[in-house]
Design a protein around this ligand. Structure first.
Ligand SMILES: [Zn+2]
Length: 241
């Protein structure tokens, strides 16, 4: 039994669209309105995360239920997680204000909240039902995601959560949790051994050292692309000023 690569891609593309749309809308709002009116900023971020976060959670439930049905697992329908409260969003936005005085990261913060709602939904239902989960990388995967992916399929337990949330959710990355109810199911193209090999062969003994070694390698391989992206971003900023 398997989820085909095209089915998986369809799923993560939809999820990614939701978080990037919310992020783009947020950033556009900041570009149009500035970010001095903090209450208005929080209010808009809250509206976006609620609307797009719910869509992301719903989509994750649909995937969860589809896998349960495919595997004949007798579990209740997946439940979407609660959306972040106004207070949660206020905290996130205030964090961004400190971190990025230039106002470039509000969109990223909103996109991340939307992605979190989907990932939390998948993981919390997996914990409820004692299902297995794996982190399925996508595209030009960042070292952190490789480290997570190298762990392979694991039984979901509360240990997978940190402060009640799925860990390591960052924006600009289409990696996602997959779940399954027994060993018979695979996601096409996901080969944890391959990631384990990449992880094991990275320099260092501690996980953080290995991840940093992979980061350096990743940067060296993509230096030209990254420099080009930085040049473009710089040019766009200068044009706007
Ligand atoms: Zn990733």
């Amino acid at each position: 039994m398997r989820i085909s690569a095209s089915e998986w891609t369809k799923y993560i593309t939809k999820l990614s669209k939701l978080s990037s749309t919310a992020g783009d809308m947020m950033q556009k709002w900041v570009d149009d309105n500035g970010f001095d009116d903090v209450d208005a900023l929080i209010e808009y971020a809250y509206a976006l995360t609620t609307r797009y976060g719910e869509a992301s959670a719903t989509l994750s439930c649909e995937m969860y239920d589809a896998i349960a049905e495919m595997q004949g697992a007798s579990v209740a329908s997946a439940e979407p997680v609660e959306m972040p409260s106004y207070g949660d969003i206020a905290k996130a936005i205030n964090g961004v204000r400190k971190q990025s005085p230039s106002g470039q990261l509000y969109g990223t913060a909103v996109a991340r909240q939307v992605k979190q709602a989907g990932a939390d939904t998948t993981l919390k239902n997996a914990i409820r039902d004692g299902a297995q989960f794996a982190w399925i990388p996508s595209g030009d995967t960042c070292p952190f995601c490789i480290a997570l992916a190298s762990r392979g399929w694991q039984y979901a337990s509360k240990k997978a959560l940190r402060k009640g949330h799925a860990e390591h959710i960052h924006s600009h990355c289409d990696c996602q949790y997959a779940i399954r109810f027994d060993n018979k199911m695979q996601v096409d193209g996901y080969n944890p051994d391959e990631y384990l090999q990449m992880y094991e062969s990275a320099d260092g003994l501690k996980p953080n050292d290995k991840i940093n070694a992979m980061r350096r390698m990743h940067y060296a391989q993509n230096r030209d692309v990254i420099n080009e992206q930085h040049r473009e971003a710089y040019a766009i900023r200068n044009e706007e000023n």
